[in-house]
Write a new protein. Structure first.
Length: 384
């Protein structure tokens, strides 16, 4: 009876163990992998330990269950290997990209990509410990090269920043020395040259570059503000000068067009020229043109005055010649009369009559002398 009970208990134990194994087979078949393969590995190892803890009764059915259990685990491992392979491919590509970045010349742009590579590495998953360690060593080695080069470039860049800062400080002092200048064109050219130098220097670093620029530009703008005020005032003055000269042109034209060549008008025209000289520059775009107008009005008047004077001179000469000719004619007439009187004296006996005739001849000769003197005066005046 006891033996029967033992056999019964043994069968019950076997059934319980087989039931446990069936549960583990189902659990293995329905195994849900974690996104973290380390955790998945722990869970798979736990399944194996639980399987090993169950007694083996050496039944064919148990062998069948073991085969199903191992097949289910193999399927999980096969899937894990696919994930590992995919992760390995991703990480190999990331290593290659990191090695390429390590040799790039554009380190600033590459910094963002280097950070993105690390983010991608973290998301790539596991490729197996040995593969992960190997690929990580290669990946990190490339990153170390990149960051070492970046550090060296950073140090070189900051050395250049210091040089740029010093150079810009020199330009700031030069701009401050020029800001109060009144040599507008010369200083404008100098300020332009300073600006060209500023652009050629390069960056002095974000911390100081804006402040340096404000100092430099403030000095420049102080000069340009004063220069613009000067030119604005100059423009106003030139506009006023232009208006004054325009008024003189209109007055000169009025006199010239009037055609009256009097002493008063001549003095007035001369006074206009004197007034013109006192006015000053009216601007390059106006001065030459309005001067030409003024000069034309003056030329018109004084050419007319000259022609009138020449005509008057000619008229005077004509009158003088007429007067001279009349005097010559008068002299000739007196000489003819003297000759006739002298002829009349022949044959006369009366001394009184002869004396009278001689007195008349003397008067005519005196008159001829007077006329000849007048002719001589006329000739002298005509020769002047």
């Amino acid at each position: 009876m006891a033996q029967m009970n033992d056999e019964l208990y043994e069968v019950e134990d076997m059934d319980a163990d087989i039931s446990l194994k069936e549960e583990l087979v189902e659990e293995a078949k329905n195994f849900a992998e974690s996104s973290n393969w380390n955790e998945t590995q722990r869970e798979l190892s736990n399944l194996k330990r639980r399987w090993k803890r169950i007694h083996y009764w050496e039944s064919d059915y148990e062998d069948q269950l073991r085969d199903e259990f191992e097949s289910a685990l193999d399927a999980v491992y096969a899937k894990r290997n696919e994930v590992y392979k995919e992760a390995q491919t991703i990480k190999e590509n990331l290593v290659k990209r990191a090695q390429e970045l390590a040799q790039t010349d554009n380190l600033n742009k590459a910094s963002k990509e280097a950070n993105e590579l690390m983010d991608e590495w973290k998301k790539a998953g596991h490729a197996g410990r040995e593969t992960d360690d190997k690929l990580w060593a290669e990946f990190q080695a490339a990153r170390d090269i990149f960051y070492q080069r970046k550090h060296e470039a950073w140090e070189e860049m900051h050395a250049q920043f210091d040089e740029a800062k010093k150079a810009k400080e020199v330009l700031i002092e030069r701009a401050r020395e020029l800001k109060d200048s009144t040599e507008w064109q010369k200083t404008s050219n100098a300020m332009k040259n300073l600006m060209d130098e500023w652009k050629s220097i390069g960056h002095a670093g974000n911390k100081v570059d804006d402040a340096l620029w404000h100092e430099f530009n403030d000095a420049r703008q102080e000069f340009y503000t004063r220069r613009n005020e000067h030119y604005d005032e100059l423009s106003r003055t030139r506009s006023e000068n232009y208006a004054k000269k325009r008024a003189l042109v209109e007055q000169a034209k009025a006199v010239a067009d009037g055609g009256v060549y009097s002493r008063e008008n001549t003095e007035f025209m001369k006074q206009l020229s004197n007034d013109w000289k006192k006015i000053g520059f009216a601007g390059r775009e106006h001065d030459d043109r309005i001067w030409a107008e003024f000069r034309a009005a003056n030329d018109l008047y004084f050419d007319g005055l000259k022609k009138m004077s020449e005509q008057r001179q000619q008229d005077w000469k004509s009158r003088m010649m007429d007067a001279r000719n009349k005097k010559v004619e008068l002299i000739n007439n007196q000489k003819r009369q003297i000759e006739r009187l002298q002829n009349d004296m022949f044959g006369l006996v009366s001394e009184a009559t002869m004396a009278d005739i001689q007195a008349e001849i003397d008067d005519k000769e005196d008159f001829i002398d007077e006329l000849e003197q007048q002719i001589s005066d006329i000739d002298a005046r005509l020769e002047d």
